[in-house]
Design a protein around this ligand. Sequence first.
Ligand code: BTN
Length: 320
Amino acid sequence: MALKDKLLVFLANSPDTLYSGEMLAARFQVTRAAVWKAVRQLQDEGFEIGVSGGKGYSFSGRNDFLQDTLIHEYAGNASFPLHVLDTVDSTNNEARRMVLNGAADGTYIAANSQTAGRGRSGKSFYSPANTGLYVSYIMRTGESVEQLQKLTMAAAVAVCRALRECTDCDPKIKWVNDIYLGRRKVAGILTEAITDFETMRTDAVIIGIGINCRTREFPEELQEIAGSLNDPALSRNKLAGRLYTHLVKCIAERNDPEILEAYREASFLPGRKISFLHNNKTLQGTAVSVNDRGGLQIVLDTGEEMTVSSGEVSILSWDQ
Ligand code: BTN
C-alpha cells in the first residue's frame, strides 16, 4: 500500500484528531517530508486535512466520501472486485450490466447517489448524494428463485449486524426486507435474479441495499415513513466495508439455523396488528412468527391462520 493510502486509513479512523508529523513519520517509518508529501497528495485528491503549523495534521470529519481503499480496509483487506461510483442510475442496474459482461462472484458496487434507485414492487428508492449508501452485491449462482427469500433474509441480518457494529443503534427488521429504527424505515433490500432464458437457470443474483445514513429531507410521500441513522460519527466507508464482510458471511451461512434465528430475533412484526393484500382483498390480523421457509405466519381477525410468503405488510398498531 502506498504511504498516502496507509496514512488515509490511519487518519480516517479518528477524524478531527491532531497527529504530529513526527509521530506519523515514526509510525510509518518514513521522513516527516514524506508524510507532508503524502498529505499533499491526499489533499489534491480532495480530502480535507487540516495542517496546523508545527502541531500536525487532522483529518476532517466532513471527509465522508466513498473511497475504495477505505472500503477494502474496513472489509478486512479481503480482495474482491469493488467499483465505487459517484453517481449511477441504479447500482442494481449497473450490477446487471456487469453480470452480462462476466463480473465475478462477490463483485461489490457502491455509489454515492442514484438517479433512478429502485425499490420493491416497482417503487423508486430515494437516493440523494452524500447522505446515503447504495450498494449492490453480485452472486454468481444457480440458486432457484424459491431460494431468493433466504438470500434477502440473510442480507437483512447482515445489514443489522453492520449497523450495530458501525453505530449505537438497534435496528429491527420489518418482514421481509425493510430495516427500521424505531418507527422509521432506514434501509431497504432489493434482491433480483438474472435468468438465462435458454436454460431457464439463474445466472446470478444481485442483492441491492440502500441505507439512509444522514438524509434529513425526504420527498413528501416518504416523510411519515422514512428515517435516517443520523449518527454524526458514522463513516459510510466503514459501513460499506463492514456490510460487505457481513454479507459474505451471512450469505454463506444462509441455510444455517442461526441466520433464521437472528432474523427472528430482530423481527418486530410478530405480536403486532397488521394488514396486507391477498388476492386483491385487504386482510387484517396479527403477525405471529416467521416460519422456517421465511413465510410470515398470521392469525386473521376471523381466527383463521394463514402464511404469506411475499408481499407488503402495513402496521396497524405499534402496540403489542
Ligand atoms: C425497498 O425498500 O423496497 C428496497 C430498496 C433497495 C434500494 C437499493 S439502493 C442500491 C440498490 N440499487 C437500487 O436501485 N436499489 C437497491
